[in-house]
Design a protein around this ligand. Sequence first.
Ligand code: FES
Length: 132
Amino acid sequence: MLFNYTNRFSIVTFAGSALIKLINMAKIVITNIDNKVISTNEKSNTVLKILHENFIDWMHACGGKGRCTTCKMIVIEGMENLGHLTVHEKRFMEMDALKENERLTCQCILEKGVVTIKVPETSKLPHIQYSD
Ligand code: FES
């Protein structure tokens, strides 16, 4: 009887932690890649790393060092769910190379919730079929 109770408790605990993970998942929606949805539990990774881990090919000419802006994304909704602007992003904004609705995927962190993004025309890769 005690064994069964322990097992049930473990199952409930496991289900509870799985539910909490599911609720805490953050999501990226890419409108011009057929509204592709990517879910992640990893809140300390950059958007670029999350995209790559989910096999989304995304331009990143400087290798994610914050030096080029080729990795930029247009944020349609959910800007408040991203981490603060980094030094590199602020520099590019001052140079007018990054607009207020754009972020560098190699620099910004998705902290929570949903962010809806789009690949800018200048960062589209030739081998990918975009839906706009
Ligand atoms: S890859 Fe160059 S700035 Fe992000």
